[in-house]
Design a protein around this ligand. Structure first.
Ligand code: URA
Length: 305
């Protein structure tokens, strides 16, 4: 029989999980909200003593005593067993919503009320959720908020965001015509007050179900993955993947066409006409795919004479 009778059913469940792990199970699919529940000490410490091995196994994190997503600086250290539970790739809510807007609002509330997510936000700063048209044909997906985004709580509003907005305008669209989101909902923590770092694969996996749910709500014709980190988050990490071979190509994400292009911040660092043209050609492919009319002028943007 799995697990002995215990006063606390959650502790019993956790013991079963540990048994499974001890018997060789390395990963199990688990809904992100259930995982967040299991990791919340408040949900199951009441009936367990600090010496309870189950409690220690799942909750003991040096320092603050709060179960947390592995921090990027875990380096070579062994990740706690609870972290080895793989995050689900599909968080589809069984609940039916009368409209896209209500589903989106519900998801937004779930994100903004999630204690685990909130723990990663700097004091006075904000979680960042996607914005735009819930009926958009095009869904731009970046990696993580930066300094400007965590202040405003809106994706792509800093320098890279302004360039993305220009690209959207060049396509003959406005930000309100498309949907813009990130894989991550918080700005990845740094030891320094300034600067950004790319999110880890684990951080992205944690947030990915929220992104997937946004994709499910919008059901765009095309997703545009902005930059190599977003590609790793969406398609999975592959050490052999080269941006040069995946960029400008069609891929698929949950049955939706996915175009890979450079991140606008890369264009800010390497803004040659040639590089702008490369990104623009990716956008022309996107426009064609969603059936947009393309003028001669648009076709010729950034062509060196
Ligand atoms: N870079 C991203 O990937 N997302 C943002 O929101 C801003 C910058």
């Amino acid at each position: 029989m799995l697990g002995k009778v215990m006063a606390n059913p959650i502790a019993a469940l956790l013991e079963i999980l540990i048994d499974m792990k001890n018997n060789g199970t390395e990963t199990i699919p688990i809904h992100s909200e259930n995982l967040a529940f299991l990791r919340n000490p408040e949900n199951f410490t009441r009936n367990s003593s600090p010496s309870d091995p189950v409690r220690r196994e799942i909750l003991s994190v040096p320092g603050d005593g709060v179960a947390a997503i592995p921090s990027p600086d875990h380096g070579g250290k062994k990740i706690r067993s609870a972290e080895n539970i793989s995050y689900p790739n599909n968080s589809h809510s069984p609940q039916k919503f009368p409209s896209k807007r209500e589903h989106w609002e519900d998801l937004r509330q779930r994100i903004f009320n999630n204690e685990l997510l909130k723990q990663h936000v700097r004091p006075g700063k904000k979680l960042v959720f996607g914005v735009g048209n819930l009926d958009a044909d095009i869904f731009f997906c970046g990696e993580a908020p930066g300094a400007d985004e965590e202040v405003q709580g809106i994706p792509f509003v800093g320098r890279a965001g302004q360039l993305l907005t220009k690209i959207i305008h060049a396509m003959g669209l406005s930000r309100e015509d498309v949907y813009i989101g990130n894989i991550m909902n918080w700005r990845p923590e740094m030891d320094t007050p300034t600067g950004n770092r790319p999110p880890t694969q684990e951080e992205m996996q944690f947030c990915l179900p929220y992104l997937i749910e946004q994709v499910e709500i919008v059901r765009p014709k095309v997703i545009v993955a902005l930059g190599a980190t977003a590609v790793s988050g969406l398609l999975g990490y592959d050490k052999n993947r080269k941006m040069s071979s995946v960029r400008g190509q069609w891929h698929e994400f949950y049955g939706i066409a996915l175009m890979v292009t450079f991140h606008p911040s890369y264009l800010l660092r390497n803004g040659s006409i040639r590089m702008k043209r490369i990104v623009w050609e990716d956008m022309l492919k996107v426009m064609e795919r969603v059936g947009m009319a393309i003028s001669e002028k648009q076709r010729n943007y950034f062509l060196e004479s």
